[in-house]
Design a protein around this ligand. Structure first.
Ligand code: UDP
Length: 269
């Protein structure tokens, strides 16, 4: 971007034919269509511009920088910085985004937007990697440097004055608090998938949940739907151990979310 921080008035400067153009232009085209519908059909619309967001429940293989670095650190794999890591981004925790979305949808001043919803605290990707490594002290991961993808923006930071003025909104969760929540949740998910095969590998022919790095969509959904574990060929006398582990996991999740979680689980004998 030629304007930093980015205001809503800035029209952007993106490559229309590069490897990330479908993403950039897709968002621009969506705004165009919304405004056409608004003008042509008087359709009430609200347009927000979401800046980099992270939180629990992202797919571990989503490919975004925060989820990549945390997943890599938890698995003791290399932390992959693209380029020299001097490019910057500004990361908002998902709860702040949702609050901004709700305020925007409920605004009764007919404020259509577009409005930036993001956290203006700006970090270099290298400093993000270092922060995550510091927050997961047990990891043996090391930083490696890979080529920077084409058209990767060098810097990004929202100007959020308009959101403050029109919606009385600004983010309240700082990066350390947000990362703590995400790291806690991600490490529980990893633990669930690690503990079980280790305990029961000998006696179990199928564990429906994959290991953390091979989680497919179904098993991720199972974790997040709280239908945590489907096991087959469990021996009669193992029921209790399995139940204990499931309760341990439930307890950890409850601590993170601070509300009770109901688990459905089935043991197929
Ligand atoms: N990035 C990185 N390592 C990764 C994933 C991303 O260094 O494993 C960099 C990426 O090149 C970009 C920044 O982190 O400069 C943010 O990338 P992301 O895909 O999360 O969001 P976006 O590029 O859409 O802002």
């Amino acid at each position: 971007p030629e304007v930093h921080p980015q205001t809503e008035e800035y029209w952007g400067r993106v490559n229309p034919i590069g490897i990330r153009s479908c993403y950039d232009e897709g968002k621009r085209c969506a705004e165009t269509l919304f405004f056409d519908y608004h003008r042509q059909h008087n359709l009430p619309i609200r347009v927000i511009r979401i800046f980099n967001t992270y939180g629990p429940r992202m797919h571990p293989n989503d490919g975004r920088v925060v989820s990549n670095f945390i997943a890599q650190a938890l698995q003791n794999k290399d932390i992959t910085i693209y380029g020299d890591g001097s490019q910057t981004r500004s990361f908002q925790y998902v709860d702040d985004l949702i609050e901004g979305m709700i305020k925007m949808m409920n605004n009764d001043i007919n404020f259509t937007g577009p409005v930036n919803i993001g956290n203006p605290s700006e970090y270099s990707i290298k400093s993000l990697a270092e922060l995550i490594l510091k927050m997961i002290p047990e990891t043996t991961s090391k930083i490696i440097y890979l080529p920077l993808p084409q058209d990767d923006p060098l810097q990004r930071k929202p100007d959020i004055k308009l959101a403050a003025e029109k919606l009385d909104w600004s983010p309240i969760i700082d990066i350390k608090d947000g990362l703590t929540k995400k790291i806690n949740m991600d490490s529980v998910c990893k633990r669930v998938s690690n503990i079980l095969p280790a305990y029961f590998f000998k006696n179990i022919s199928a564990v429906a949940i994959g290991s953390y790095d091979t989680l497919d969509d179904r098993s991720v959904d199972s974790v997040y739907d709280k239908k945590i574990i489907y096991l087959t060929n469990v021996q009669d006398d193992e029921d209790d151990i399995i139940e204990n582990i499931i309760h341990e996991v439930a307890h950890s999740l409850e601590e993170i979310y601070s509300y009770p979680i109901n688990f459905n689980f089935s043991i197929v004998l």
